[in-house]
Design a protein around this ligand. Sequence first.
Ligand code: TEU
Ligand code: CA
Length: 508
Amino acid sequence: MRSFADSNNDGVGDLPGITSRLDYLRSLGVDGLWLTPFYPSPQKDHGYDVADYYGVNPEYGTLDDFGRLVEEAHRRGIKVLIDIVPNHTSSRHPWFEAALSGTDDPHRTRYYFVPGRNGAPPNNWQSAFGGPAWTQLEGVPEWYMHLFAPEQPDLNWWNPVVPAEFRKIITYWLDRGADGFRIDVAVSLHKRRDLADRPLVPHRITGAPTTAPGFEIIDQPEVHDVYRDWRHIAGTYEPERVLVGEIFDPGRQSRYIKQDELHMAFAMMDRRWDASAWKRAIDVYRHAVSRSTSLPSWTQSNHDVIRHATRLGGGGLGRERAKASAFLLLGLPGQYFIYQGEELGLEEAFVPPERREDPLYIHTNGRHQGRDGCRVPMPWRQHEPNAGFSTSPPWLPMPAAWDRNAIDAQARSTTSVLSLYRRLLEARCGLARRLPARMDWAAAPQDCLIYHRGPLSVACNFGHRPLELDLPGRLLIGSSPGVRRSATRLLMPPNSAAWLETRRSAGT
Ligand code: TEU
Ligand code: CA
């Protein structure tokens, strides 16, 4: 939201900015976009601390701006998914402020206010941002729970008022044209009722005290009732609206992705660059949804993780591997989520500590570097101030030469990562109707993966050595200029991938 496009040059991205760039998204070949939270918020977690579920943060625009974005996106055949944050509100949300107004205020039971133990928190639960998951405010006898920042008090979903509120909230945005939701921390709504202490055991590697396996604070059976209800609501719209859960664990995905619950979740491919590790991960995620009609949603980066071009080695090596991994995943049955800037080969940016804003950095006192590095605004134009993102300094500083990956420059180059993504998505779109929902792995040399999917064959060389493969088919596209077809063989440089088209029909 804050980092895509700035329409009023205040250094912060906004809704009209996104609307003004829809043709760029269409030229890239995307089918939908997911907007991170744009609601009124004190921005203590960049919008994941919502102070009003029915509004638009004035910094990002207005409800009309949202309506225009939806209208213009739909005119270009692009769906709009919005982020819903049901696990917690902002501590500035009127519900929480009312809850603090007095022990008998009814809003108090919308949160977890619990007496402490001899001046200590009610239990030993930890926040994902470091420290206890409980805070006691001045003059308030009880402690309140927050699995994330203290400015993000958790909602008590055992109180039927809360699910009733969210039924209204999702209907409100679906009526305003949203095509679906990305559901933040989707399995965390109900916390275990007994609020029991986590039994601690030494971590098998670090030895540090960690929660004993099998002890669950979240992922309670009642969460499924919520999503069955939301799925029912989504089904009352034509076409049915889409529910995407922020769930990365394959085991959990198999329990939440159901005909009558969520449509999809994220198959996060964050493995080290190794053929067998990637094959295993792909098969685990495929299996996770195999009992539903859904397919995996392949993902390599998002606003919470280090950009994969950097994770995969950085520099030229990271770029080649990131291009090859896109080839490998975009050929598979399923959806694919592109994180903004991935199509430019953007790397994790260094953000000077004094400019970091992420609560993960702040609340861990820098023990965790935070997530600002993957959120630096998009470089739209080369040789322009702030890479054409804004005439004002961007909310997060751009490293020197951030514009070298600018969109205008990459659009002019046939060998750029952007041009490659465009050609790859075009090829994918062109083949789409002939691709079956199944794929079959094929025998492959070490450090190489090959699979067939109807007329499409995909090969990926994870190794440091060039490979020559005896693979039939017309070379459709290669991840690097070195991918070539000789009379009889497919030549693949290290860390490269190729798509080939054969006369095999969709049935085989
Ligand atoms: O993320 C949940 C989540 O798992 C991450 O916050 C994770 O704990 C963190 O990145 C440490 O690795 C969602 C949103 O995607 C994230 O941006 C929010 O900060 C978080 O929920 C709280 O709403
Ligand atoms: Ca702006």
